[in-house]
Design a protein. Structure first.
Length: 293
């Protein structure tokens, strides 16, 4: 992480906000691959000046006009945890051991970790082609099916306290790996990507802080409660997580606009044309700007 942090380039927004306009323009031109960045550069300058004028970003983000971003800052990281991925990764050895894998449970959990890493690489190649909504919705659908299948297998074959057969145990591991794959190319990376794309510069620091805090809070809650819930719900724990996945998939379908290719400075126009959020964001959509999105 330290080496990666040293290799991270400065962003145009950060440079301009700190007063390095020329350097910020150079970085912007390098990113866009052209010198024709006047309009975008001016938008960033205006947004940076507005951001520097905001003295209380946390108070500002609570205003009605910032309600869409605040809702996303809370819901996206919460849903990222409530789908059950951390429970599977944290307690994979325990889960697999109860399924009859014995000492091989550690290898099974290592397999799910490797699958997660590889599937995240898939997301890198697809996210700017297919868009955020497509990956989040399709990933959610795949995760629901996987959770329901695991619940059915464990409920039918493991409900009578009989030991799960080797064939069914392998099938459960395969389905769990498919669940991890779906998370890895959808909610895993995009649960962080989307919140980073929607906040204007004046509330960006507050919004990102809320996103991280909510993620850590729900990680703590699920980590503390999972084993007790597993003992109480047994195979029903997978249906519990499936229910949350259905909710978060519907949330994305109805409330999350596409952010692919939309500069931070122009997200305001996206909110203004959204069927639900437009009632909270003042102003009317600029037709030219929307067409350009």
């Amino acid at each position: 992480m330290t080496v990666g942090g040293l290799l991270l380039p400065e962003t145009p927004n950060s440079l301009i906000e700190r007063g390095s306009r020329e350097k910020g323009r150079q970085v912007l031109e390098r990113i866009r691959g052209t010198n024709e960045v006047d309009a975008e550069f001016e938008d960033i300058v205006d947004a940076s000046e507005l951001a520097n004028s905001i003295k209380h970003p946390f108070r500002n983000i609570l205003e009605r006009r910032n309600r869409p971003q605040l809702v996303m800052a809370i819901c996206m990281p919460a849903f990222q945890i409530l789908n059950g991925i951390n429970s599977i990764l944290f307690y994979a050895p325990v889960l697999f051991e109860t399924m009859g894998f014995g000492n091989a449970s550690l290898y099974s959990s290592a397999l799910t970790g490797a699958v997660l890493v590889l599937s995240t690489l898939v997301s890198i190649g697809l996210v700017d082609r297919l868009g955020r909504r497509v990956l989040l919705i399709s990933g959610g659908i795949q995760m629901v099916f996987c959770q329901v299948i695991v619940a059915i297998i464990l409920g039918v074959k493991f409900g009578g306290n009989d030991e799960l057969s080797k064939g069914y145990s392998v099938l459960v591991v395969i389905v769990i790996c498919l669940f991890v794959v779906a998370f890895g190319w959808s909610w895993g990376p995009l649960g962080w990507t989307v919140p980073s794309e929607i906040f204007p510069l004046e509330t960006r620091s507050a919004g990102q802080s809320i996103t991280v805090a909510v993620n850590l809070l729900f990680t703590f809650i699920i980590a503390q409660c999972f084993l007790s819930m597993l003992c109480a719900f047994k195979h029903g724990i997978f249906l519990f997580f499936a229910g949350w996945i259905i909710i978060m998939t519907l949330f994305v379908y109805f409330f999350l606009p596409e952010t692919k290719g939309v500069p931070i400075e122009e997200m305001i126009f996206v909110w203004r044309k959204h069927w639900f959020w437009k009632r909270m964001v003042p102003g009317t959509p600029d037709v030219d700007d929307i067409d350009g999105l």
